[in-house]
Design a protein around this ligand. Structure first.
Ligand code: ATP
Ligand code: MG
Length: 327
C-alpha cells in the first residue's frame, strides 16, 4: 500500500531540515508518495494567506504530515493544522543522547499531552478594567481518548506504565475529572500507573528525571513540563514531536524557524529526523523507525555534529552521515 506523506517545510530552517529528513524517509524504504505544500510567512507574502486551502486539504487527505516551522505566522499555520488532523494528543519525547551535552544524561521521558482543551480551549473574558477570567474546560470524553492512547502507547512499547501529572488537589473538578478518568481507563485495561502533582513533578524532573518514563498530562501542564524536560536534555535541535489524530497525524520538530541561522546550512536536522522516526512507527513501520533512530543516535555519539552541539559540520554532512549509517 502506498501511503501519502504531506511535506510542509514552511519557513526558515524548515526549508533545510525537512528536505534533509525526506531523504532519510526515502532511503529507509516504505512505499511513500511525498507531496509538498506551502505554509507560513513566505506564502503569505506571495498570496496573502499563510495556510492555503490546498495545503489544508493535502494535510487532511494524507496519511501523515512532516512539518518544519512557520515564522511570524506560526499560530495561523500550526493551530489550524492541528485541528485539521483532529489532534487529541501531542507526543513529546525528551531523551538525552550519548555524545550530547545534556544537563541530565539519565533523562528518558515521553509526555502525552492532552491537545484540545484545558486552559488552552481559551474561554477568556475581560469583565471589568480590574478583572479578567478564564474558564477551563475538561471533558470526560477527551480524557478518555487520551487515556486509551496512553494505554496503547505503553503496551506497544513494553513500557512499565505511566504517571498522571495533575493538580487535582486544587482544581478538584477539572483535574479531578481528568485524573479519575485516566485512572479508571488504565485500571480497566490493566496498565500500571501512578500519579503525582504537577508542581512536585517539576522539582522531581530537575533532581531525578530517571524516576519517570511516560507522563500523561492536561494541556498546560504538558506544555510546561515538556519544555522543562527539553532543558534537561539540552538542545532544541534534538527534540521531536507528534500531533496524533484518529485518522492522520502531523510530525514536527519542537524548534521554530531559527532565523538567526536560517539559510546558512548549519541547522541541526536531528529533531526533524527523530520526528520522521515517530512518523514511521505511527504508520506501523517499527523496524524502519528504529533503524532511523539508531542511525541518528550513532551519528550523535560519533559525529559529525552541527554547531549547536559543539561541532562544525553542516546540515548536509550530518544528513550524509545518517544516510551512511542506514545503508
Ligand atoms: P520561532 O519564532 O520561529 O520559534 P525563534 O527565534 O524562537 O524562532 P527557535 O527556532 O525557537 O527560534 O530557536 C531558538 C534558538 O535555538 C535559536 O538560537 C536557534 O538558532 C536555535 N535552534 C533551534 N533549532 C535549531 C536547530 N535545528 N539547529 C540549530 N540550532 C537551532
Ligand atoms: Mg521559538
Amino acid at each position: 500500500m502506498t501511503e501519502q506523506i504531506a511535506v510542509v517545510p514552511g519557513d526558515g530552517i524548515g526549508q533545510e531540515v525537512v528536505p534533509a529528513t525526506q531523504r532519510i524517509l526515502e532511503a529507509v524504504g516504505p512505499d511513500f508518495e511525498f507531496v509538498e505544500a506551502e505554509a507560513g510567512d513566505a506564502v503569505k507574502e506571495e498570496t496573502g494567506t499563510a495556510l492555503p486551502d490546498a495545503t489544508r486539504e493535502l494535510v487532511a487527505d494524507s496519511d501523515a504530515t512532516l512539518f518544519g516551522a512557520a515564522g511570524e505566522t506560526a499560530a495561523d499555520v500550526i493551530l489550524p493544522l492541528r485541528q485539521v488532523v483532529d489532534s487529541f494528543v501531542n507526543v513529546r519525547p525528551a531523551r538525552a543522547y550519548p555524545g550530547t551535552d545534556a544537563l541530565r544524561p539519565e533523562t528518558d521521558l515521553v509526555f502525552l499531552r492532552e491537545n484540545t482543551e484545558g486552559v488552552y480551549a481559551g474561554h477568556e473574558s475581560r469583565l471589568t478594567n480590574d478583572v479578567a477570567t478564564l474558564t477551563r474546560v475538561v471533558t470526560e470524553s477527551a480524557s478518555e481518548r487520551l487515556a486509551e492512547f496512553a494505554c496503547e502507547y505503553v503496551e506497544e512499547r513494553d513500557e512499565d506504565g505511566f504517571t498522571i501529572a495533575h493538580k487535582a488537589n486544587v482544581m478538584r473538578e477539572t483535574d479531578g475529572l481528568f485524573r479519575d478518568t485516566v485512572d479508571r481507563v488504565a485500571d480497566v485495561r490493566g496498565v500500571p500507573h501512578d500519579e503525582v502533582l504537577m508542581d512536585a513533578m517539576a522539582t522531581h524532573l530537575c533532581l531525578r528525571p530517571e524516576e519517570y518514563g511516560v507522563v500523561v498530562c492536561p494541556n498546560l501542564a504538558g506544555d510546561v513540563l515538556s519544555d522543562l524536560a527539553a532543558g534537561l536534555v539540552g538542545g532544541l535541535g534534538l527534540l521531536p514531536s507528534a500531533n496524533i489524530g484518529p485518522e492522520n497525524a502531523l510530525f514536527e520538530p519542537v524548534h521554530g524557524t531559527a532565523p538567526d541561522i536560517a539559510g546558512e546550512g548549519v541547522a541541526n536536522p536531528c529533531a526533524t529526523m527523530f520526528s520522521a522516526a515517530m512518523l514511521l512507527e505511527h504508520l506501523g513501520y517499527d523496524e524502519e523507525g528504529q533503524a532511523v533512530r539508531g542511525a541518528i543516535e550513532s551519528v550523535l555519539e560519533d559525529g559529525p555534529r552541527t554547531p549547536d552541539l559543539g561541532g562544525s559540520a553542516g546540515t548536509a554532512e550530518v544528513t550524509e552521515a545518517v544516510l551512511t549509517r542506514l545503508s
